[in-house]
Ligand binder design. Structure first.
Ligand SMILES: *[C@@H]1O[C@H](CO)[C@@H](O)[C@H](O)[C@H]1NC(C)=O
Ligand SMILES: *[C@@H]1O[C@H](CO)[C@@H](O)[C@H](O)[C@H]1NC(C)=O
Ligand SMILES: *[C@@H]1O[C@H](CO)[C@@H](O)[C@H](O)[C@H]1NC(C)=O
Ligand SMILES: [Cu+2]
Length: 170
């Protein structure tokens, strides 16, 4: 009884997968549905943050970075422990100034996700100065390795900020 039910379930799962293979072409078969994610860089209030701070994406997904108020970048970091160092040859979406109050036609740039390895990002505005956005905790991870990794990454960024003499919030 159970066994035959299982057979029916298994057979229909196979049929669905087979249909997906036919539809997409065998060599392009990917069990994940392609998803476009959106991350805002800064916000209307001028906060120094990426929202969401972390997300999980699959190969073939895009992350669309939408730039808001101030003048931020989205720049790949050297590593978890060097959050405010720009990775040589890494992803860098450049600076995108957005005027106070602007809510339409925000600069939006897609990044294609190629694998499940973590991508560490920061904003390099004010880099190596006491106005560093990274040094004020403006960091972001795509595909973090574990819960709590963002917190470690952000603490590392704030430590860089202290070294640079970023005014501390109390
Ligand atoms: C995601 O964005 C890409 C690039 O703009 C587009 O080709 C694709 O159709 C979008 N996918 C979905 C599921 O909307
Ligand atoms: C945005 O920031 C970059 C880097 O600090 C700077 O070169 C550029 O002039 C700024 N743009 C505006 C419009 O403030
Ligand atoms: C930040 O650096 C500038 C000069 O680069 C200096 O004038 C300013 O006093 C510094 N601010 C703080 C809070 O240290
Ligand atoms: Cu910034």
């Amino acid at each position: 009884m159970y066994f035959s039910t299982l057979l029916v379930v298994a057979a229909s799962a196979l049929a669905v997968n087979a249909a997906a293979v036919v539809e997409r072409g065998f060599w392009h078969y990917n069990p994940h549905k392609q998803v476009n994610h959106t991350v805002t860089v800064g916000d209307l209030n001028g906060d120094l943050m990426f929202n969401p701070p972390t997300l999980s994406a699959n190969p073939g997904d895009y992350v669309f970075y939408v730039f808001k108020q101030k003048n931020h970048s989205t720049t790949q970091s050297e590593s978890l422990f060097q959050p405010c160092t720009n990775k040589a040859g890494g992803i860098d979406l450049g600076f995108h100034p957005v005027a106070p109050g602007q809510t339409d036609n925000l600069p939006t740039i897609p990044v294609l996700i190629k694998d499940k390895f973590p991508l560490y990002f920061h904003c390099r505005q004010g880099e190596n100065t006491n106005a560093s956005h990274c040094g004020q905790g403006m960091v972001h991870i795509v595909n973090p390795l574990f819960d709590g990794e963002f917190n470690i990454f952000q603490q590392e960024a704030l430590a860089v900020g202290r070294q640079l003499g970023v005014p501390q919030k109390h």
